[in-house]
Ligand binder design. Structure first.
Ligand SMILES: [Zn+2]
Length: 53
């Protein structure tokens, strides 16, 4: 559990069954109102599960 996981991530990067997706909160910019997006941690992307569940 050493991998940093942002609030918007469903799982750690590389987890089977998950994939990288554009953060819907900041639309991939990584910033909101001039500050770092708290959902994706400023990366602009989040890890989401594929296929739902
Ligand atoms: Zn974001």
């Amino acid at each position: 559990m050493a991998d940093p996981i942002n609030p918007g991530d469903d799982a750690a990067p590389g987890t089977p069954g998950t994939g990288e997706d554009v953060c819907r909160r900041c639309n991939g910019s990584g910033q909101i109102d001039g500050g770092e997006c708290p959902i994706c941690g400023g990366t602009g992307t989040v890890i989401e599960g594929i296929g739902g569940g």
